[in-house]
Design a protein around this ligand. Structure first.
Ligand SMILES: [Zn+2]
Length: 295
């Protein structure tokens, strides 16, 4: 890995590669969606990681190095979501603008999970994400001043969409009694979502899929499902479903029964051309499935 990184970082200094240039290169599909919502179509936006890709374990491949080298601007989530890209993003940042969506937030906005370590899954709290998008708009206006008016207008439209999606879900969730508002997923990607919308969330793995889960996690998760009388547990599109299948078995061994719900979008959005390819589409899918699980 170290050797590859040294070669990769060295390759970054070579400007001549056959890859076409990209105006805005984003790490994840969530970040790319924010950029696409704001920028006019003539500015090319690309995501390094496609749908179903887990950003916690994603290691840059050779073609990514060429893309990073050829991009005008790089956008990433930050807070170590892209844990295995930290070195390469730092290196690229010495040569061109590299912007983290999370830089819009203060530590008191964030969920602390360890000393100076914060949960990176900031996008499913739509009010929090709205602020990140607002700061991104300012950054992009600085980078593309000729498109400043279009970015401003797109930002206003998108803010309204985010507010509408937020308000609609708040109205729906307020109909659900507090006692049944609980959610079990494969990894802890929904803590901000839970905080924003009053849902107790329980991830089988921690905030990174890189962490192992043990028998104790499995037993306590199974007990949580039984205690809260949950009908459904959720797999995620970017995380292996084996852990949730094992959890379903653990619940059955304790004499309970739980079904596996339609996969939720957590760290990656849906495939291009589907409604879930946008954050609002993925949020709508998730919230529809979660509300259904409460019935
Ligand atoms: Zn995650």
């Amino acid at each position: 890995m170290r050797n590859f990184l040294i070669i990769a970082l060295a390759a970054l200094t070579l400007a001549c590669t056959p890859e076409p240039s990209i105006d805005v290169l984003c790490t994840t599909s969530v970040v790319a969606d924010a950029a696409r919502q704001l920028l006019p179509e003539e500015i090319s936006v690309q995501a390094l990681m496609q749908s179903n890709i887990d950003p916690h374990s994603y290691k840059p491949v050779e073609s990514d190095v060429a893309k990073l080298s050829n991009a005008g601007v790089i956008l990433h989530n930050g807070l170590h979501l892209e844990g295995k890209m930290t070195d390469i993003l730092e290196k690229v940042g010495q040569q061109k603008p590299v912007y983290a969506m999370s830089s819009a937030l203060q530590s008191h906005d964030l969920i602390e999970v360890g000393p100076n370590t914060y949960d990176p899954h900031i996008w499913f709290d739509l009010q929090l994400w709205n602020r990140c998008v607002g700061e991104l708009a300012l950054f992009l206006k600085g980078e593309f001043p000729q498109h400043s008016a279009a970015i401003e207008s797109n930002a206003m439209d998108y803010f309204s969409e985010l507010v509408a999606a937020h308000d609609e879900f708040v109205l729906a969730i307020n109909e659900v009694p507090d006692s049944v508002r609980a959610l079990v997923t494969a990894h802890d990607a929904f803590s901000y979502f839970g905080r924003a919308y009053g849902i107790e969330v329980h991830g089988l793995q921690g905030i990174s899929t890189a962490a192992e889960f043990g028998i104790r996690d499995m037993t306590s998760s199974a007990q949580f499902i039984l205690d809260r009388n949950l009908s459904t547990v959720f797999i995620e599109t970017s995380v292996n479903s084996k852990s949730i299948e094992a959890l379903q078995e653990a619940v059955e061994q304790k004499g309970g029964k739980v079904r596996i719900g339609a996969p939720l979008f957590s760290d990656a959005l849906g495939a291009e051309g589907t409604p879930e390819a946008t954050l609002i589409g993925a949020f709508t899918h998730n919230t529809t499935q979660i509300l259904k699980s409460f019935n």
